[in-house]
Write a new protein. Structure first.
Length: 495
């Protein structure tokens, strides 16, 4: 066969190569998105912005309330703080520390002067010393908190708390802020002079009356309807629309300005007002030591420290839980940074004479609006910054328009109750006390303390004392002193 050629069928031309399809990749994220992990946490810029606005409007009342509490008290020497200056420092510290919380903690947490803490400053510290001395104690308290964070003790305490108790804290806070909403709006009021009856009642006289309460009721119904229909921006839309209704009603109806409470919803004469920074830096770090005894001083700092410590803990856990940001072990992301910034906020508040600043549970309103990152805190901080100059405009929103958001967010936090095992008394009873004591005593700290003490006690009587972390034992002991502070003072002859 050599030399013979073999006929071969003509080969068909090879098909042209098809260009490779580019692999599908996730949408490119900008630097801001990557830093705050906005997309990663299932959020968007729109949700973060709405959440920042919602949080601001639900806590803007502090711009009015903090100056009233601090400015209405006199120190040992009869001096009073300036109202306009208090408005300035309240907005200034809230703006700066909320922005820092967003950048450093990356949680939707807002920071401002702590209610309750400012009352301690005004009515417990100031009568014993000068205002600069009282604010110096706040600075010292904040520095102690920062030291506890740096040593890891504050974070270790939070990690030692059982998950079910953390959930109970969230539920208790939900009832607490809903109660705040009802009280602020005048839907529920304290019965004056009553000692043998229930302490609160419906409306001002046992029944609902007046236009402001009607505005609140309309706001609740509107916000609930928007949330039920899953409308984007439901809480913020509810606040804005309710404020518009309040302004209109206030213009056409004959309503006394005091009927609205601290803020009457009227169109302001001036939109811009110049800030007054005269109180910034007006503190004396060790002046209090010359005014009162060491034991009294220690007890006062201890009271401030414990209230600030556990109010923050409850707020951080509650907001993070509602936002779905806890990891598989029930831990808060970047907790160390968050707690350090919160401690620094106490220092900043004292240094600016704005009282101790702390994380606000009203941040849950922003979470309810979809906020999941610190970008929302930047928005809230920016609004506080603007309120330095736009205070008249920011104060148009009355409590009756902001309070419905607190009621709705209270419901959202309440849903955590389903995760608690109510069949185990060792966790069910402490959880119940945590939930019940918060609204009934108007204090997050009291609720946490009652729950901790009950948890340690029941574990002990059941023969499970070894299951209790030593930090919970130490914390329960501190709370025992906290609740028994009056007999302790009498025992130590402290007046």
């Amino acid at each position: 066969m050599s030399g013979q050629t073999v006929d071969r069928a003509p080969q068909s031309p090879e098909p042209p190569e098809r260009p490779e399809r580019p692999e599908r990749t996730a949408p490119r994220r900008d630097a801001v998105d990557r830093y705050f992990r906005i997309s990663e946490r299932g959020s968007t810029y729109g949700r973060e912005i709405r959440g920042g606005f919602a949080t601001f409007f639900t806590m803007a009342y502090i711009l009015v309330l903090n100056p009233i509490i601090l400015g209405g008290a006199e120190d040992k020497f009869g001096a009073q703080l300036s109202g306009p200056q208090l408005v300035t420092v309240t907005a200034l510290v809230a703006a700066v520390m909320t922005a820092i919380m967003g950048l450093g903690g990356n949680l939707p947490l807002a920071v401002a002067a702590g209610l309750g803490l400012n009352a301690v400053v005004a009515f417990q510290l100031a009568p014993l010393m000068s205002w600069p001395d009282a604010m110096g104690l706040i600075v010292l308290e904040g520095l102690v908190i920062c030291a506890l964070v740096v040593t890891g003790l504050r974070e270790a305490v939070m990690h030692a708390i059982p998950q079910a108790l953390k959930q109970a804290i969230s539920v208790g806070i939900g009832l607490f802020i809903a109660f705040i909403g009802f009280i602020d709006a005048g839907f529920v009021t304290r019965i004056p002079g009553e000692t043998g009856s229930v302490p609160v009642q419906l409306g001002a006289s046992g029944q609902l009356s007046g236009w402001p309460v009607l505005v609140f009721c309309l706001g609740v119904l509107l916000t609930v309807a928007l949330v039920a229909r899953k409308v984007k921006g439901a809480i913020l839309i509810g606040i804005v629309l309710t404020t518009v209704v309040a302004v209109v009603i206030n213009e056409i109806a004959d309503i006394a300005p005091t009927a609205w409470g601290l803020t009457a919803p009227s169109v302001p004469d001036d939109i811009v007002a110049a800030p007054d920074f005269g109180l910034v830096g007006a503190f004396s770090l060790f002046g209090a030591f010359e005014q009162i005894g060491v034991i009294t001083l220690v007890l006062l700092v201890f009271t401030l420290l414990l209230s600030d410590f556990f109010d923050t803990m409850g707020t951080v856990v509650g907001v993070s839980t509602e936002a779905g940001l806890l990891d598989e072990h029930g831990k808060v992301p970047r907790l160390g940074r968050v707690l350090l910034i919160d401690g620094a906020a106490a220092v900043a508040g004292g240094a600016a004479s704005a009282s101790s600043n702390t994380s606000y549970i009203e941040s849950a309103a922003g979470v309810g609006e979809g906020a999941r990152t610190g970008f929302a805190s930047l928005v809230t901080g920016a609004l506080f910054g603007l309120s330095l100059f736009l205070a008249p405009l920011a104060l148009v929103v009355p409590a009756q328009a902001a309070a419905p958001a607190l009621v709705v967010v209270g419901f959202l936090l309440m849903t955590q109750v389903r995760h608690i095992d109510w069949e185990k008394y060792e966790i069910a009873v402490p959880a119940f006390l945590t939930i019940a004591v918060m609204p009934f005593t108007y204090s997050i700290t009291n609720g946490i303390g009652a729950g901790f003490l009950a948890y340690v006690l029941i574990k002990t009587v059941l023969g499970k004392a070894r299951e209790v972390h030593w930090l919970l034992w130490a914390t329960a002991a501190l709370f025992l002193v906290y609740f028994a502070i009056d007999p302790v003072e009498q025992l130590l002859n402290v007046t």
